[in-house]
Design a protein around this ligand. Sequence first.
Ligand code: GLV
Length: 327
Amino acid sequence: MPTKPKVFVTRQIMDSGIRLLQKSCLVKVYPKDQIIPREEILKGVKWGDALLCLLTDKIDQEVIDANPNLKVISNYAIGFNNIDVRYATQKGIPVTNTPGRAIVDAVAEHTFALMLAVCRRIAEADRFIRAGKYHGWEPQLLMGMELVGKTIGIVGLGRIGSGVARRAVALGMKVVYHDVKRNPWFEKEFTARYCSLSELLKTADLVSLHVPLLPTTHHLIGKKELSLMKKTAYLINTSRGPVVDEKALIQALKRKQIAGAGLDVYEFEPKLAAGLTKLDNVVLTPHTASATVEARSEMSLDAAENILAVLRGKKPPFLVNPEMYGK
Ligand code: GLV
């Protein structure tokens, strides 16, 4: 009987994908519910033919070199800045991610959860009540900003950025966007206006970030960019923390240079820059934008299907380095 291929998984994930893998592979999951230590990931990679890893795992040259026969690196995330993709490509290893329908919807919805929470001061109001400060209706208690009629500035028009735009239009918002590429279809469909990043920052009432983390997007939003935003505007980040210079953001929030921020990602996760949690005009979530049962279960299946395709000599459904298949 031919031996089954071996798949190493760096942490317990929803079991839809694990069960699928178990039908034809030998699957080992790192058993502790914590970020896998370096030596354990090296051991696991050596053992497996395939690696299923998370955005919290740094997959660098040392990890990739730990197994010269590694066949595929399957990331359980849309973002893949945790992986040295260039090196994996050099070594002939396909790298895959999980940008399925459910994760796109989950992150787009979470973007609105943050927007509404910060604009309507939901977290602040919740803290207010729990602190026993609510003594009855007041005409000017915790007034916020409505979304209807406001302009959203979408930075990065991938699938999540487009999903946010669609929802914004449904809520009666106007859309401006910036991306490395213009999208005429999108502009027509959503009456969206393309503009430079600086014009977007000057125009938008809500700036929402949806770019991948690349050398060109590191600190895309820093002191200068924040100074271009309206005093009444909000910044929402559900992309990657280092896209924003977190120290500059805290300064801008403290000086009331902008009205507030809704953040799901942080520059040095899980650490937060000093002072962030002291600010009332921010709403913070712990990188949970894709944390829905629907999204996480689809991600588990997609990560498994990516692996199975490669092991069967087929092109995986969500490939990050298309050069691997002659493109
Ligand atoms: C989450 O941040 C992801 O990239 O999937």
